[in-house]
Design a protein around this ligand. Structure first.
Ligand code: SF4
Length: 473
């Protein structure tokens, strides 16, 4: 019997891309391919790109340059480029790297293996659709087979694209307009995942809490006069959270401007929806928020956050903040510090502004901030973030938290690593436990990025089938 062909996928960027890669892997495995973790013995090498990160293009063309030797040595190897950068650069990729076999865009993920076959027969192919196909099965990566990294948790795409126009963001131009997936399809997929033993679902979208607005508008246009023109995200959380077998529901990312009390109420009422809110602030200054087109003020953000904390018990809050957006003055930055301090975040992803080609902010060259000043501001912001992060973690010492086991700790294989409902990492001493086990852990110590603890008791065994039990060490 001949050896099965092998594939390797390298993924850059956000969970959307990770999820697209799962689907590409699923399509390849449906065609008989098996995974490998080395480009050297792969028959298909897929680079799933992201154009949000700095120097993304240099990195892509660097990686493609390195792969040229592999292609020369074995011309049957197929080089495939997908993702946001492919959507943006289109034909240019094959112009700059003529050894690439297939380039496909963010709306063409479902066509990946088809395009590879076409390229085998007729030479290099580039296929970029401007918009998602109207056929639901083609538009949503979740509707395709998938090869997931973990058996107990799964991503579920509820919406693609984004109707906002944040000045720093390339997403609307590479992912297209917002399209919500019908509720019944999402619930059916979640039910199917639960039937396979998945216990944790993360709902994915660029702007999840505006979910359903387009569906309501379409229903109204089709003559349903009773339909209320409002997002349906709260209802969706309740429905997914009520599915038998699902123990945790997460979501990312929401937009503060679209956040409604109903979403907080749904989180509070549905015990399976975890008390963790990732709530991207971006800046605390009203001037900067306006220039970014974010649609809220620092004060409004804090009001919504206070509402969230009043409604949801023991809520952990994380955020994203950009330092040095074009035109940011010292006063603007001081306001960001004030809002960040008042928000008392559990943690924050902090970024130094860097222009992304194709965005409005990249054109604001005459307002770019002085890099030395930005460096200083970044350090000051980190101090504020770390102060609240340390305090939040310290406050958890002595408590018993439920964690889901992710595996042995990377640094010390004698202890296990798990994640709490609030999405905090806990390293804890324990007997060997399988990945996906739920356990109560007593928190004994804390650091800024993690908690330390000891096993109290196992609360639920994994429901998915795993052939090889995971042991410590
Ligand atoms: S909401 Fe803003 S930051 Fe988020 S994807 Fe849409 S444009 Fe980008």
């Amino acid at each position: 019997m001949s050896e099965p062909k092998k594939y390797r996928i390298t993924t850059h960027g956000c969970q959307m891309n990770e999820h697209d890669s799962e689907r590409i892997a699923g399509l390849l495995e449906a065609d008989g391919y098996v995974p490998t973790d080395s480009d050297d013995d792969a028959d298909v090498i897929v680079l799933n790109t992201c154009c949000i990160r700095e120097n993304a293009d240099n990195k892509l063309y660097g990686a493609l340059g390195n792969l040229k030797a592999r292609k020369t040595e074995n011309p049957d190897v197929q080089l495939v480029v997908g993702g946001c950068l492919a959507q943006k650069d289109r034909e240019m990729i094959q112009q700059r790297a003529g050894h690439v076999d297939v380039v496909f865009g963010t709306h063409n993920v479902h066509r990946a293996t088809e395009l590879m076959k076409l390229a085998k027969e007729g030479g290099p192919v580039t296929e970029i659709w401007e918009e998602a196909a109207l056929d639901e099965a083609e538009a949503f990566p979740s509707a395709l087979p998938a090869k997931r990294d973990t058996d107990y948790g799964a991503w579920l795409t509820i919406q693609i694209g984004c109707d906002n126009s944040c000045a720093f963001c390339i997403v609307p131009s590479v992912r297209g307009k917002e399209i919500s997936r019908p509720v019944d399809d999402i619930v059916a997929e979640a039910q199917g995942l639960a039937d396979q033993g998945v216990v944790e679902i993360t709902l994915l979208g660029q702007n999840v809490n505006s979910y359903g607005r387009d569906l309501a508008i379409a229903a109204r246009a089709a003559g349903d006069a009773d339909v209320r023109l409002r997002p349906m995200f709260g209802d969706l959380l309740r429905q997914i959270g009520d599915i038998d077998g699902i123990r945790r529901v997460r979501y990312t990312s929401p937009h503060p401007k679209d956040m409604t009390p109903d979403v907080f109420a749904a989180m509070a009422e549905t015990p399976t929806v975890v008390p963790h809110l990732h709530f991207p602030l971006q800046s605390g200054s009203d001037n900067v928020l306006k220039a970014m087109h974010r649609g809220y003020t620092g004060e409004r953000y804090l009001e919504k956050l206070a509402q969230a904390r009043e409604t949801i018990d023991d809520l952990a809050v994380t955020t994203d903040i950009i330092v040095g957006f074009p035109g940011e003055t010292e006063d603007d930055f001081e306001r960001t510090l004030e809002v960040a301090a008042a928000a008392e975040f559990d943690n924050a992803y902090t970024f130094v502004f860097s222009p992304r080609g194709g965005t409005e902010a990249a054109e604001m060259v005459d307002q770019f901030c002085d890099p030395e000043q930005v460096k200083d501001r970044f350090a000051r912001l980190r101090t504020v973030i770390e102060r609240s992060a340390i305090a939040k973690h310290r406050a958890r010492v002595g408590r018993v938290e439920e964690v889901v086991v992710e595996g042995p700790s990377k640094k010390n294989p004698d202890v296990l690593t798990g994640r709490t409902q609030q999405n905090k990492l806990v390293h804890f001493a324990s007997e060997p436990l399988r990945i996906g086990t739920f356990a109560n852990v007593r928190v004994t110590d804390s650091a800024m990025q993690y908690l330390l603890g000891e096993l109290v008791e196992v609360t639920a065994k994994p429901r998915h089938k795993t052939k090889i039990p995971l042991l410590n060490g």
